[in-house]
Ligand binder design. Structure first.
Ligand code: A2P
Length: 283
């Protein structure tokens, strides 16, 4: 598995297994154990997914050493502001049953983001988190918060796929060595994308499936990917993307597929309130 060095020196496996929407109390446990058996060494969860405890249990029961698995979780909006965020970090650690997390993100860019970020910086200094980052920051949102942070995030996890390549955002992140992590890297199963003629032609040429070609394109663009699948063959196959390489001409054919638009607009009015109302993770 290819690893990527973040701007703080921490190394992250380029493909991760995401557990968004998988229930706690068994299903996430089994999914993570299966993913680890298939070769995944990077698991992406969040306080708001409510399944950190299953993730932790699966990692412990897998028999794989803790330092061989990269664990990401995320702070939820209810815990923003310095003091609440400090507690939020400890709650994530407790739920995971771990004494450190490899990466911890501010899940959404609303409210007292600066206070929450300061708490993440301090938790990193205290050895509770190896690397810290943000999520769902558009160029405008990034520019409104990050210049006031005292340290630069190591990643920004956003929606990204060949139809929504985040070119503007990458122009801001790249010079600062900030890695983009892609959620919905396969366009959330967008049939048009998976059946796109460029993608299908490349899949045929390399003896791969459409999803593998898309993930390969993203990895070659320097992006960390979190593909989702419930199909055991595809879960395994989505890791099997390191034995072929797209040429520069083929990369360009993929780059021109960009439509510059995704499913989620973090700048839409009321998104922060809506998310806070829809996901209550504690009183
Ligand atoms: P399935 O669970 O049947 O594999 P995203 O990661 O962008 O959210 O996309 C997830 C969707 O893409 C799911 O519907 C998943 O379906 C499908 N998918 C996952 N891997 C592949 C693949 N290699 N080729 C085609 N479709 C895939």
């Amino acid at each position: 598995m290819e690893r990527i060095r973040l701007n703080d020196g921490v190394e992250i496996p380029a493909v991760g297994f995401g557990v968004f929407m998988i229930p706690n109390g068994g299903e996430t446990y089994c999914a993570v154990l299966d993913a680890l058996k298939a070769g995944y060494r990077h698991i992406d969860t969040a306080a708001a997914y409510m399944n950190e405890s299953d993730v932790g249990k699966a990692v412990r029961d897998s028999g794989i050493k803790r330092d061989e698995v990269f664990i990401t979780s995320k702070l939820w909006l209810q815990d923003y502001g310095y003091d609440a965020a400090k507690k939020g970090v400890d709650t994530s650690l407790k739920n995971l049953g771990m004494d450190y997390m490899d990466l911890y993100l501010l899940h959404q860019p609303y409210g007292d983001v600066e206070g929450a970020w300061k708490a993440l910086e301090d938790a990193k200094k205290a050895g509770k988190i190896r690397s810290i980052g943000v999520s769902n920051m558009t160029p405008k949102i990034w520019n409104s918060f990050v210049p006031r942070f005292s340290t630069i995030p190591s990643v920004n996890q956003v929606e990204c796929n060949p139809y929504f390549q985040q070119k503007e955002l990458r122009k801001i992140l790249d010079p600062q060595g900030v890695r983009l992590e892609a959620w919905y890297p396969l366009g959330h199963g967008d049939k048009g994308l998976l059946a796109n003629e460029t993608v299908v032609a490349l899949a045929k040429k390399y003896g791969k499936n459409a999803g593998q070609v898309i993930l390969r394109f993203e990895i070659q663009s320097g992006i960390i990917v979190l593909p989702k699948s419930t199909n055991p063959e595809r879960i395994k196959g989505n890791l099997d993307i390191f034995d072929f390489e797209l040429s520069e001409d083929e990369m360009e054919q993929m780059r021109v597929l960009d439509k510059g638009k995704g499913t989620h607009d973090p700048e839409a009015p009321g998104v922060g309130e809506m998310l806070l109302n829809n996901y209550k993770i504690h009183e």
